[in-house]
Design a protein around this ligand. Sequence first.
Ligand code: NAD
Length: 462
Amino acid sequence: MEGVKGLESDLEAMRQYFRSGKTKDTAWRQSQLKGLLLFIKENEKLIFNALKKDLGKHPVEAYRDEVGTVTKSINFALHGLKEWMSSKTAKLPRVALLSSAELVPEPLGLVLIISSWNFPFGLSLEPLIGAIAAGNTAVLKPSELAPASASLLANVLPSYLDIKAVKVIQGGPAVGERLLQQKWDKIFFTGSARVGRIIMSAAVNHLTPTVLELGGKSPAVVDSLASSWDKQVTVNRILVSKFGACAGQACIAIDYILVEKRFAPTLVELMKVMIKKMFGENPRETNTIARIVNQQHFLRLKNLLRDPAVQNSIVYGGSLDEKNLFVEPTILVDPPLDAAIMTEEIFGPLLPIITLDNVEDSIAFINSKPKPLAIYAFIKNEKLKRRMLSETSSGSLVFNDAVIQYAADSLPFGGIGESGVGKYHGKFSFDTFSHYKAVTRRSFLTDFWYRFPPWNDYKLLL
Ligand code: NAD
């Protein structure tokens, strides 16, 4: 589909195709999932090239976060599909004598997927897997800010899929807004809370159910770990998930760290050593850190970092290379809490550390902010773990690692409050794009006579 020319008639054709029942076939769904798999397999090199061009991602990172993850998810869906599609029996009250009931998953119809640029394949295809597996027709609008990836999706993906059922439309906010004027059976959006609000208000017109996969400031709490092994593992995991996953341009990246004052110097020293080990003495020359997506985001990060209020907080890094859209992995200790770096989502390789008198204070700190997409808690103390679990609220909670939850098909992925609405991944994706129809089957054989007027003293037995 080129741009939005002929949009209304194209969408009407897709609705009619859905009504033909074709997309409900198990075989059709399987063939589309296999088509997606083949797209990934046959175009792996092109995908790596596009990710290099758009974001400077190293192929190993690109494989881990996009090609490999999506392949895993498609295989998981292919394996589970028949079971997911099967109806599930349900219990009825006694009054429905000689009856049976079931939940029958049915596709919603025509769905819209709008995705973000930071994982342009993963965040487009992961929801598409769910949409197809559930038997829907779908329009995908990737982000214009990763143009090489968007163009590969628009120009190559359709030849692997049923083009009557899946369309890719390229474009930015204007195209997005045009799409939002149409009637959809579900809108699945990945992006910022600002645009999320636009999506939700547009959805009101047609009462369209909406999933919003947003972001925010996800904290990591680091306890004063006793053994040097635990400290090292913690530092390795923090660094790879912050700087080694799209250079911190990830919705579930650690945004900032909370740590006890007495442990902060040790943590910083360990981080300095490991950053050099992972990304070299001259990180500008490394190809293992992704680049900032464009100049606008580069300047946004530059402003966060060049804010006079945070200058004294920078303890490592801080150099910028505008020509190459490179921001050095940077650590800050105790920037003012009202500085933009601590009030806005960072979405880049800047890592503030906030010190606390007691690690237990981290719970109150987190609870004073909007509910995050993720909380990472590097702690061994079981009592504190229990408190973290029961006293905080977030899309996900990971003990002793970060970002790894994204790869789990068995866990719902999504936010809460400001970090999002709805969930997906694995069977949750299938459920997100399905309606569970409640079907009750009654026999004509018999009934309780007191179910019918005139009423008497009997109470209806439920
Ligand atoms: P964005 O909201 O600017 O754009 C997201 C998508 O919306 C793009 O495709 C864009 O073209 C489209 N869009 C922009 N304006 C629109 C409008 N007015 N109407 C309709 N569509 C419009 O976000 P972004 O810069 O691509 O991504 C960064 C944000 O996304 C961060 O906040 C990040 O945390 C979040 N994010 C969340 C997840 C998640 O899975 N929860 C994943 C990645 C990114």
